[in-house]
Structures are given as C-alpha cells and as structure tokens.
Design a protein around this ligand. Structure first.
Ligand code: PLP
Length: 346
C-alpha cells in the first residue's frame, strides 16, 4: 500500500526539528546532559527498592510530594503542580495559555519544540554578543507575544538574569515562565516573586541537582489560579509512583544533594580555569560550562574527546553568533580530572 504521511500530518508539525538528546554509551564518561553524576542519595535508592512493591497500583503520593515541594520552596501546596519532567509542564503551560511564545536564542530547545507541536508561533530574539540578557529588545518584542519564557541560569550559556530585569519583564503583564532547572547550582530564585506577580510561573526539576533525570519529575510554582488552570490539562497520573517516592526521599535527604552540589560548584570553578587556558569559556552559574572551541570545529572537538572515552555536547554554530560551541557538564571530581587530562593534546 502506498501511504503518504504528509496528507495526514498537521502542517505546523512538519517544521519541528526533533530534540536530540546527549549521547549515552556504556563505559564512557558522559558530560553531555547536565546530569548529576554523583547519583541520588542512598535514601532514594532504598525508596525505589521499596516502591517496586507497589507498582501494581496507581500513583497516590502526589499530594504528599506537593506538600514537601511547597516546604522546600517556602510556598503553599496550592502553589505547586508536579509534572513528568519540567518538560511536561512547559507543554501544559503552552496548551492552556494562548501563544505566541517568546524566548531567547540560544536557550533550551524544548521551548520551541513544544510550541510548534501545538501549532503556536515561537518568537525568538538573540541574547547579546556576550550572551547577556537583552532587556530592551525583549520587552519590545514581548508586545507581540502572550507567553514569555526565560531560563535562569540559562541552558546552554550558564548566564543568569537579574531580579531587576525579571521584574521589568513581569511588569509587561504577560504570562511569564522562568525555568530554574539549574537553581540549586546558583542559589537565587524568583519563587518569592509569585506573591507579587500573579503572571509568574517558575519551573523546577528533580533531574539536575537531585540526580533523578531518568525518573522524569519536575514541578511548577505559581499562584493558585494558574496552578488550577494547569490542573485542567494535566493528564491523570502523569507522574509515576517510583518518581514520586524517589522525589519524596530526595527531599528527605536534601543534605546529600547539597553536598554534591557544593562539590560540583567548586569543581566548576577549577574546570573553568583549566578550560579558559585553551578556549573561550563562559562563566556559568549552573553545572555546565559553554565554550567556543574555534578554530577547531565543535564536531571535531567532540570526536577527539569521544576517542578518549568522554562524551560532551557539540552545538556547533548558534544562529546569529560567531563561534563553534561545545557544552561540557561538570562531572564528578574524578571525571573532571580525566577530562582535563584528555584535553592536554587537543
Ligand atoms: C533549562 C532546562 N529546562 C528543562 C529541562 C528538562 O528538564 P526535565 O528533565 O525536568 O524535563 C532541561 C534539560 O536539560 C533544561 O536544560
């Protein structure tokens, strides 16, 4: 049978370039997806083992976790919604609120994918040449959008947005999403602004500092009006029971996470100094460092490290920017040492 998929597919979906995840290969050091390579706490491992006994029943501990997340973020439970990764919450936000959606370039590629999948328009303005936040241009462009999405610390640049700039953006009165996936590595949050700004949604995840990327769990913090709206489009049982018990255990053993984060922050500075000796590295408040490796091509740099058993993320060119970009996650101290050694003859 001859079958032409293009007759059936929604026309706007044709434009989507699917998300390309960081490579994972057994036995290799993976520094490509900004995971926490120390892994989760022992308490999480034990909770997972115990959680297996209940996989025959639907997840039921979401309210308990909402309460723990609320305590962690110093908000009320009604200010919290859980998602199957913070990815899912982006999707829900773009589903319930009208577009267009405005973001910056370069930033997390998921924003554009989720927007286009819903047939909405994605607008974008470039960061400044040094990857700083271009407040005036962003505010000007925000007049054409209904949802504004920003990331601080920003993936892949590692830069942050000041509170003054965020307030100026919030003052435009649009739905404003601030993705704080890397909050724990930075330490400053815009969550306290939710009481002042009813249009603010902060996204967080358990995938990075808490080392639960494989379980897919994130959350959004906002005023109860927005949270209730998001509940209208939330699939039932969107977060699985093993993710719930793990996140509960992770919040019950926060000190472990904090210890690994402190180590990663110290190593980030060591790595920054080492990388800066050879390449143009950008200061980062997250658990990764962006570098311009030109005149070497990003793909060549990637292949060279791959031969030495290390996987990094090669972006190549960012549209509108000069350079060949590679992002390297900060691994364990041992992995970082191996990386520095491997870079010696590159
Ligand atoms: C800025 C940013 N937001 C969200 C995500 C996805 O988070 P999650 O795993 O919770 O869906 C990532 C993953 O790399 C990210 O970098």
């Amino acid at each position: 049978m001859k079958f032409d998929i293009s007759k059936f597919i929604k026309p706007w979906a044709m434009e989507i370039e699917p998300y390309i995840p960081g490579k994972t290969m057994k036995g290799y050091i993976k520094l490509a997806s900004n995971e926490n390579n120390y892994g989760p706490s022992q308490r999480v491992i034990e909770a997972l083992q115990k959680g297996i006994e209940e996989v025959n029943i639907y997840p039921y501990r979401d309210e308990e976790l909402r309460g723990k997340v609320a305590d962690y973020c110093k908000v009320d439970r009604e200010n919290v919604i859980l998602g199957n990764g913070s990815d899912e919450l982006m999707d829900l936000i773009f589903k319930i609120f009208k577009g267009p959606i405005l973001g910056v370039n370069p930033s997390f590629s998921g924003y554009k994918i989720f927007t286009l999948a819903l047939g909405e328009k994605y607008l974008e303005i470039n960061l400044k040449e040094d990857f700083g936040f271009p407040l005036d241009e962003f505010i000007e462009k925000s007049k054409e959008a209904n949802i504004l999405i920003l990331c601080s610390p920003n993936n892949p640049t590692g830069g942050v947005i000041s509170e003054e700039d965020i307030k100026a953006v919030l003052d435009q009165g649009k739905i404003t999403v601030v993705d704080e996936a890397y909050y724990e590595f930075y330490g400053k949050s815009f969550v306290p602004l939710i009481s002042e700004y009813p249009n603010l949604i902060v996204l967080r995840t358990f995938a990075k500092a808490f080392a639960l990327a494989g379980l897919r769990i994130g959350y959004a913090i906002s005023n109860s009006g927005i949270i209730n709206a998001l509940y209208k489009v939330k699939p039932p049982f969107n977060v699985n029971s093993l993710a719930l018990v793990s996140a509960i255990a992770a919040l019950d053993s926060k000190d472990y996470m904090k210890t690994t984060v402190e180590r990663i922050k110290i190593d980030r500075e060591i790595l920054f100094r080492e990388l800066s000796k050879k390449f143009k590295a950008f200061r980062s408040e997250a658990n990764f460092i962006l570098m311009d490796v030109s005149p070497i091509k990003a793909t060549e740099f990637f292949e060279n490290l791959l031969k030495k058993g290390i996987i990094v993320r090669a972006f190549g060119k960012f549209s509108g920017f000069i350079g060949e970009y590679v992002r390297i996650s900060v691994g364990t101290s041992e992995e970082n040492r191996k990386l520095i050694e491997a870079l010696e003859d590159i």
